[in-house]
Design a protein around this ligand. Structure first.
Ligand SMILES: *[C@@H]1O[C@H](CO)[C@@H](O)[C@H](O)[C@H]1NC(C)=O
Ligand SMILES: *[C@@H]1O[C@H](CO)[C@@H](O)[C@H](O)[C@H]1NC(C)=O
Ligand SMILES: *[C@@H]1O[C@H](CO)[C@@H](O)[C@H](O)[C@H]1NC(C)=O
Length: 828
């Protein structure tokens, strides 16, 4: 026992510490103090000068109204008046104040905590003096099957309440004395490894165990208590379970009991796990339940494991396994594969050609009738007369072509019923659909729409490149690639005169001329055009329609007449009189066939053209023509032999100001003679010699006959050089007499009119004038005969003189004087 003075010494130390009134004082008092009372605990820091106040002690003073604590007013010591029991009250919370009589606080409150220090004065005791426990065979060693419970009321956490368990005795001590082991701190009773082996072999027991609990931890001293445990060994009921077969979609109240486990040992908790996780549960009695409907198609089998565990979750033994098999129900419809792309079958495929294989999947248990699918053809329905279009194998679902033929481009919807239960009544079914497309093959040869073309006439001068004919061909195939055609000229295309032209994807082919045609070489062409499919053909060869014959007839073309100029122009004063020769239109080649000229559109009627000679004259005075105006007239020159051949040429007349000079000079030239019938003689007519411009080379004169139709008919004038023309008789015979032949001479927009006096006489043998032309009326008189004779002689004389003169002049090369009459040969 610790002496009181030592306590005082110990407990006064805190008093010496610097203090404030609020600092709690802490005092420990030993429990069950066995020394003298009052026991002074600690000196309170009361102020001395205020001694007239009254010390008040308050707070949690325990059960007694008169608490065990007091304050000695003399010494200011806190004291305890009796022994304290920790188990009764472990701590006291006190307050000390100094107060006046009327309750006025002079000092404090000073809190004081009094702690009762524990003494090992309590004995541990078991919660049950006698325990009975069942121990199942098969319990693993070391797994506690009983947790002993004992308590000690001494202060927790101290050695006074630190308990240890021990087995003191085992009865019977058979087959081993240490069949069990007891964990000293926890009191967990388990089979020892040795005990476990013997327990599995024979059913021993019951065993009576005397067990002890002792405080003060592992120290030898301390209080102790004992208890008896009767351990009954029971048979192992933890036996393998038979698999459970559960129908899917089972309509029963849930949870539905499916099996039972039982651990015969005491204090068991069951724990269940499902692999894969499923709706299963176990209750405290070991009954296994399924908590909701199962679906075989989701999970066909579960493996459940059930553990028997002690209160600490430790497994007594290996888990039991339970296989749960979900039994199938025909709850799934056969499902066709999602609609496939259309299946293409070439046309003309033989019966038996594989089309497709339908596959309907049934999720029900494989190999069971629930998933045994058979097929039935719904559409197209077989037609009694024509046979089946498709054949279907009801077990395999494979579809082949039937006897009924198809044609290209057909789309057939194949509908097949897939039924489970092997087609038996009550089976579930669905319809599978497949589109079958009959594809084209190149089994049609292209053909011309018309194989005989009407003969085509082509002028010889048809230009190369000209379209001759367009041929059309068709192809009965559907596929555009099978409709592509090639064309060729198989025969008749000598020297490649013709060619073909086509767009690859059209059935039109154009026959064109490639070279010049020649009537002489080939007056006709017979061309054989063939058409072929570009793609390789299947089946029959080319048909007769694959050729077309084109006959081309060449038309002869003669060149139109050619003129010496491309176009003709003349400039004339607006005052030009009628009958003036403007110009002459002539063929380019004088040797070519004769031409006939005509004016096409002389709308004013100003002009006229000589049909044969091509001379263009003014037909009337140019009334209305304005100087500076232009008058264009189209002239047609026709081939006299081939009237279809003609040439058109423009004739442009430029109108000039009226000539300032006086009206056309009327020049009378000396009388000339010409004999009739016409000989090769003519009269030379010269332009006005006084015109000085001529010497300057201002262009030739033009000569024309006056517009009198008789003059035009009887006479002919032809220029033979720039200044001279030759006037001859146009007719073979004209009446012998004197003629005044009007000749119009144009030069540089100037105009003159000559009146050439010509005496026409009968020709003698030499082709000269026989006599002077006289009056032919009535019978000649003697006088007239003498006259004629004298005239003739005179004429001869004149003629001789003329010839003489002419020769003399010719010799002198003096051409001033116009010649009366010269032989045409000499003149040319
Ligand atoms: C075809 O005829 C045209 C006109 O008639 C001519 O210009 C061309 O040279 C000719 N071509 C051949 C190749 O003879
Ligand atoms: C005659 O025809 C030609 C060509 O067509 C034309 O240029 C001309 O003006 C026409 N002349 C008259 C007077 O109509
Ligand atoms: C034209 O012919 C005539 C008659 O033969 C001749 O007198 C005259 O000199 C010739 N004039 C020219 C320009 O040649």
């Amino acid at each position: 026992m610790i002496p009181a003075w030592l306590w005082l010494l110990c407990f006064s130390i805190p008093q010496a510490l610097p203090e404030a009134q609020t600092t709690e004082l802490y005092v420990e008092v030993p429990e069950n103090y066995g020394g003298n009372f009052p026991l002074y605990l600690t000196k309170l820091p009361l102020p001395r000068e205020e001694a007239e106040g009254q010390i008040v002690l308050s707070g949690n003073l325990g059960m007694a109204a008169e608490g065990p604590f007091a304050v000695d007013p003399e010494s200011s010591f806190l004291l305890v008046t009796r022994a304290l029991d920790r188990e009764e009250q472990a701590e006291y919370q006190l307050q000390v104040t100094l107060e006046t009589e009327d309750g006025h606080v002079l000092w404090g409150p000073q809190p004081v905590l009094v702690h009762v220090k524990d003494e090992n004065d309590q004995v541990p005791h078991f919660s049950q003096a006698i325990s009975r426990v069942q121990l199942s065979q098969g319990t693993r060693p070391g797994i506690p099957f009983l947790f002993l419970e004992a308590s000690d009321e001494d202060e927790p956490g101290t050695a006074n309440s630190d308990l240890r368990f021990h087995i003191l005795n085992q009865a019977p001590a058979q087959p081993f004395p240490d069949m069990f082991q007891l964990e000293p701190r926890l009191g967990a009773l388990a089979l020892s490894p040795k005990g476990s082996t013997s327990l599995d072999q024979t059913l021993e027991g019951p065993y009576r165990l005397l067990v002890q609990v002792k405080d003060m931890g592992d120290q030898a001293s301390g209080h102790q208590a004992t208890a008896t445990i009767d351990v009954f060994i029971v048979e192992n009921t933890w036996l393998p379970l038979d698999p459970v077969h559960l129908a899917e979609n089972l309509k029963v109240p849930y949870p539905h009991h499916i099996s039972q486990v039982h651990w015969s040992g005491g204090d068991v908790h069951y724990h269940l796990e499902s692999q894969p996780p499923g709706p299963f549960d176990v209750d405290a009695e070991g009954k296994l339940y399924v908590t909701m409907e199962l679906d075989r198609e989701t999970q066909a089998e579960y493996l459940l494991q059930v553990w028997a565990q002690n209160t600490h979750g430790e497994d007594y033994t290996e888990p039991l396994e339970l296989q749960v098999v979900v039994m199938d129900e025909n709850d799934n419809v056969p499902v066709c594969s999602p609609r496939d792309p259309p299946i293409s079958i070439p046309e003309l495929s033989p019966p038996g050609t594989k089309v497709t294989r339908l596959l309907a999947e049934d999720m029900d248990a494989p190999g069971s009738p629930n998933s045994h699918v058979v097929y039935r053809l719904l559409s197209p329905e077989p037609k009694e007369t024509e046979g089946r279009a498709f054949e279907l194998d009801s077990t395999s679902g494979s579809v082949t072509l039937g006897a009924l033929p198809f044609h290209a481009g057909q789309n057939i919807l194949l509908q097949v019923l897939a039924v489970d239960l092997g087609g038996a009544e009550g089976g579930l079914s669905s319809t599978c659909e497949v589109t079958v497309t009959i594809t084209d093959i190149n089994d049609h040869a292209p053909e011309f729409i018309t194989s005989q073309i009407e003969p085509i006439s082509l002028p010889e001068d048809t230009k190369p490149g000209t379209l001759v004919a367009t041929l059309m061909a068709t192809d009965a195939d559907l596929d555009p690639t099978f409709r592509l055609m090639n064309f060729a000229i198989e025969a008749g295309n000598v020297d490649g005169t013709f060619g073909l032209d086509w767009e690859p994807d059209s059935g039109h082919v154009q026959l064109r001329l490639l070279k010049n045609l020649s009537f002489e070489t080939a007056p006709s062409h017979k061309l054989v055009v063939v058409v072929q499919s570009v793609a390789e053909m299947v089946g029959p060869g080319p048909s007769p329609g694959a050729t077309a014959t084109v006959t081309v007839l060449v038309e002869r073309v003669l060149p139109p007449p050619k003129l010496d100029q491309e176009s003709y122009e003349a400039s004339i004063p607006v005052s030009t009189p009628a009958g003036s020769l403007l110009l002459t239109i002539q063929p380019l080649d004088p040797m070519s066939s004769p031409l006939r000229f005509s004016l096409v559109n002389d709308s004013e009627g100003w002009l006229c053209i000589k049909e044969v000679s091509g001379e263009v004259h003014t037909a009337r005075p140019l009334q209305g023509a304005q100087p500076g105006d232009m008058y264009t007239v189209l002239v047609e020159a026709q081939d006299a032999d081939e009237p279809t051949l003609s040439t058109f040429v423009t004739l442009v007349i430029h109108f000039l100001k009226a000539h300032s000079a006086p009206a056309p000079t009327l020049a009378l030239v000396p009388t000339r003679h010409l004999c009739t019938p016409r000989k090769n003689h003519g009269v030379v007519v010269s332009g006005p010699s006084e015109d000085v411009d001529l010497a300057d080379g201002h262009g030739p004169y033009s000569f024309a006959l006056g517009l009198n139709p008789t003059v035009q008919r009887d006479w002919h004038i032809q220029a033979f050089n720039g200044s001279h023309a030759y006037l001859t008789l146009a007719l073979h015979w004209v009446e012998p007499r004197e003629y005044l032949v009007p000749v119009i001479i144009n030069h540089n927009a100037q105009m003159w009119q000559l009146l050439v006096r010509v005496i026409v006489c009968r020709c003698n043998v030499e082709g000269q004038c026989m006599r002077k032309v006289g009056r032919m009326k009535g019978m000649p008189t003697k006088l007239s005969a003498v006259g004629i004779l004298v005239g003739t002689l005179l004429a001869i004389g004149i003629f001789l003189i003329l010839i003489f003169t002419h020769l003399t002049l010719a010799r002198k090369k003096d051409l001033d004087q116009p010649v009366d009459s010269v032989p045409l040969k000499a003149a040319v």
